[in-house]
Design a protein. Structure first.
Length: 526
């Protein structure tokens, strides 16, 4: 009896211990271009979300395991009608905010980002806030800096490091660059034959460290994270590869940063491309060896799990279920482009999200007020309940695994008839303006509906070489029926350049005046 009790306790401790560990990936969801800082023993992370609004999400964790979104650097961008899904001016699919740099200096948080756009739309923003949660305010706008890093030096001088080893000094008030301070701080070596980008500058023990991702296109060479080190910020710099490893059946890891905790421990947070789910962050030890921040374990490999920075923290997630009972929309949601504020409501029918038609559009990719959350790996399931009783003729509403190529569940009203379809849709965008030129649609299966309430569900499988979405509907919220075929999701860097998203949508194709009520969104992942 005593032996059985001992075994039970041992197994229980082992299970609980594993449950407390940080499993890699740290977040199996689309969180690319991460920058991470630690303030008052709390980690803050920013990421790229491009055409989604609000943008530049700020995520917080006390243990590097449980992350939640606590704010956004901006609610919307307004420099062009493209941010509003213009059918004539274009869109910002795959553009918008990129690679935000996050810093904490003299009691304030600072964020610097530059939309991946030409002209004034690509101006670099510097924003500041007293709290990471916001509110944030724009300090200045200046010329475009690609994949840039804001850096406050110990002597009070401020720099922006960008491109491939380029740097300019900023005015003390951050209002603009100081003209004449452009410096090329290093020249790439002969083996740097691909892209060298993703600048992240830190200072440690009096030395300057610039981390960058290197895409080396040569036999036997892989994506890697490199570090440039110097005693003076202007150089000369020496270089070392600090990480060159694949992980978990997916490609080689690269681009991110290193961060020091309040207790002095160092960690690396570097993203990995994982197909249709997007680019996901991995966490790993950062060991200072001979003055270099070497990433991974003693063999340079990425560990499958790590001890959390702090134990017994509340469970948190950046992807959440929602019954829409709050007065404000949760921070886990983002709109596809700028929302039309007067065309959605949480108060018109308490406990429901109401989406109203605001313009007549021909397809999903121009539909305003499409509401999204990340899909997650290794597998996930998302479902919604919709009241369709106020659709107008020609209206379309539904649920999608949204990307440049999308698997879509659509309820369409034609006259008095409601029809549910599962389709495969793909958008064609112009290269320059990202105009929606056409949308191809292949309808796989249709079902006639005889009721105005329906439940829709999408299951995602993001295991290696899978990327499969499966579609279901229910007439009572209990019994589910598969519709259509398994859909092969894709990651396409030429159009959306982001992972697949759960998307709730509604749009009018003929006349305005209709709306839908969404009762709840439920999500599970494993």
């Amino acid at each position: 009896m005593k032996k059985s009790l001992f075994v039970f306790v041992f197994v229980l401790v082992a299970i609980c211990g594993k449950a407390q560990m940080v499993e890699n990936p740290m977040l199996w969801a689309d969180v690319p271009d991460p920058d991470v800082i630690c303030v008052d023993d709390c980690f803050y992370m920013v990421s790229t979300t491009m055409h989604l609004m609000p943008g530049a999400p700020v995520m917080r964790s006390r243990d590097l395991k449980n992350w939640e979104t606590v704010g956004y650097v901006f609610d919307r961008l307004t420099d062009s009608p493209k941010y509003d899904l213009s059918p004539t001016e274009g869109t910002v699919y795959g553009r918008g905010q990129w690679a935000t740099s996050l810093k904490y200096h003299n009691g304030k948080f600072y964020a610097l980002f530059a939309p991946n756009e030409a002209g004034a739309m690509g101006d670099t923003y510097i924003c500041e806030a007293e709290r990471a949660e916001g509110p944030w305010r724009v300090v200045s706008r200046m010329r475009h800096f690609h994949d840039c890093s804001l850096f406050f030096d110990d002597d009070g001088r401020v720099y922006v490091v960008y491109g491939t080893g380029e740097m300019m000094e900023l005015k003390p008030d951050l209002s603009d660059v100081i003209e004449g301070t452009y410096t090329k701080i290093f020249e790439r070596e002969a083996d740097e034959t691909g892209l060298l980008e993703g600048s992240r500058m830190i200072k440690h023990n009096g030395k300057y460290y610039l981390l960058m991702i290197s895409h080396v296109f040569a036999p036997g060479r892989h994506r890697r994270e490199v570090c440039y080190r110097a005693d003076d910020i202007h150089g000369p710099y020496e270089k070392k590869t600090i990480l060159e490893a694949d992980y978990g059946g997916f490609p080689y890891v690269g681009q991110g940063t290193i961060v020091q905790s309040g207790s002095g421990d160092w960690y690396g947070v570097i993203f990995q491309d994982r197909g249709a789910v997007g680019r996901v962050p991995l966490v790993m030890p950062c060991r200072w060896i001979d003055g270099w921040p070497m990433l991974g374990d003693e063999q340079g490999a990425i560990p499958t799990q790590m001890r959390p920075y702090a134990a017994n923290q509340p469970v948190a997630s950046i992807v959440k279920s929602d019954d829409f009972s709050d007065a404000k929309l949760g921070l886990h949601w983002q709109w596809n482009h700028n929302p039309v504020d007067e065309a959605w409501s949480l108060s018109d029918r308490p406990g429901y999200l109401r989406l109203k038609s605001s313009r007549v559009v021909p397809n999903l990719y121009l539909a305003p007020n499409t509401l999204t959350q990340r899909m997650e790996g290794p597998t996930c399931s998302g479902s919604i309940e919709i009241d369709l009783s106020h659709l107008k003729d020609g209206d379309c509403a539904g649920f999608a695994a949204l990307n440049g190529n999308s698997g879509v569940l659509t309820v369409t009203k034609q006259g008095r008839k409601l029809t549910l379809s599962m389709s495969e849709q793909a958008v064609s965008l112009s290269n320059r303006e990202k105009l929606v030129e056409s949308v191809s649609e292949k309808v796989i299966e249709t079902v006639a509906l005889k009721q105005s309430k329906i439940w829709l569900r999408i299951d995602g499988d993001f295991m290696p070489r899978r990327d499969i979405a499966t579609f279901y509907y229910s007439l009572d919220g209990e019994q589910w029926t598969k519709i259509g075929s398994d859909y092969k999701m894709q990651f396409d860097f030429r159009r959306f350049f982001m992972g697949s998203k759960f998307a709730i949508f509604y749009y009018a194709t003929r006349k305005l005046g209709g709306y839908i009520d969404v009762n709840k969104f439920s999500v599970h992942n494993s």
